[in-house]
Design a protein around this ligand. Structure first.
Ligand SMILES: [Ca+2]
Ligand SMILES: [Ca+2]
Ligand SMILES: [Ca+2]
Length: 175
């Protein structure tokens, strides 16, 4: 898998083909894109791209696929930080309650507590929030590009359901 040009490797020329075949979740890739549909569910999406990267045999590192790059959030004692997404100008960070999310059967609309940062221009944010005893909080970050905000989703098949519309429907969410 991943060897689009059937020359025995998975390298930069294959990466170009992969990018041309990218359909996103639930898309329908043409037969010629079969080498990119690692999980054989008909689309060529970010889950497939993770597997493509794992199959890489080229000498250079595999180029990122822009459609699959999401900010990876880290939580430290006094701050939050996340990884760069290009061409993001800024980031929105939302906080919510895991308890509320659980009670709402995973509906984020009922579980957003506040917008921690709206259109924040940096990759780090002061954060001292602590959940109450017996509670847990969730934090999500999305990139904001010149054409608008991207997604709170992971874009990977391991995620159940979609978050963006639910989060945006909350009056507490980031504008
Ligand atoms: Ca190849
Ligand atoms: Ca697939
Ligand atoms: Ca915003």
């Amino acid at each position: 898998m991943g060897d689009f040009d059937a020359d025995g490797d998975v390298d930069a020329s294959d990466a170009a083909s992969f990018e041309g075949c990218y359909t996103g979740i639930g898309g329908t890739a043409p037969a010629v894109c079969g080498p990119g549909d690692f999980d054989r569910d008909g689309d060529v999406d970010c889950t497939d791209h993770d597997r493509f990267v794992a199959a890489w045999t080229g000498q250079d590192t595999p180029p990122p696929l822009p459609a699959c790059v999401i900010p990876a959030l880290s939580v430290n004692a006094a701050s939050l930080s996340w990884t760069l997404v290009e061409p993001a100008l800024a980031y929105d960070v939302v906080q919510g309650s895991v308890t509320a999310l659980r009670e709402a059967d995973g509906d984020f609309a009922a579980a957003v507590d506040l917008c921690l940062a709206d259109d924040h221009p940096l990759l780090v944010l002061e954060f001292s929030g602590r959940p109450d005893a017996g509670e847990a909080l969730w934090l999500l970050v999305r990139a904001v590009t010149p054409t608008g905000p991207l997604t709170y989703d992971t874009l990977r098949a391991s995620q159940v359901g979609a978050r963006d519309a639910e989060i945006e429907s909350s009056t507490q969410a980031c504008p």
